[in-house]
Write a protein that binds this ligand. Sequence first.
Ligand SMILES: [Zn+2]
Ligand SMILES: [Zn+2]
Length: 82
Amino acid sequence: MLPRDPQADIGRRAWVACPNCNDHRGCGDCEQARTCSEHWRYLLSNTGSLLHLQCPSCTHVWTHETGFGATRSIWQRMTGAW
Ligand SMILES: [Zn+2]
Ligand SMILES: [Zn+2]
């Protein structure tokens, strides 16, 4: 288990499935791509369309390529930055 990244901030979250623990499986909110109150990831940083994420459940850190860096509406939905 990794320690929580010092950049992890509960005010910056992203709704991306964790590739390590897949804790979203079986959750109705996640499967409908809603902003689930239980299953979210710390958004450590982002570069263009690349998100640097940490899972609060298993502390896994990974980089997620969104592929839609220029599409602001989807970006805002994923990060909760309304
Ligand atoms: Zn995880
Ligand atoms: Zn969920």
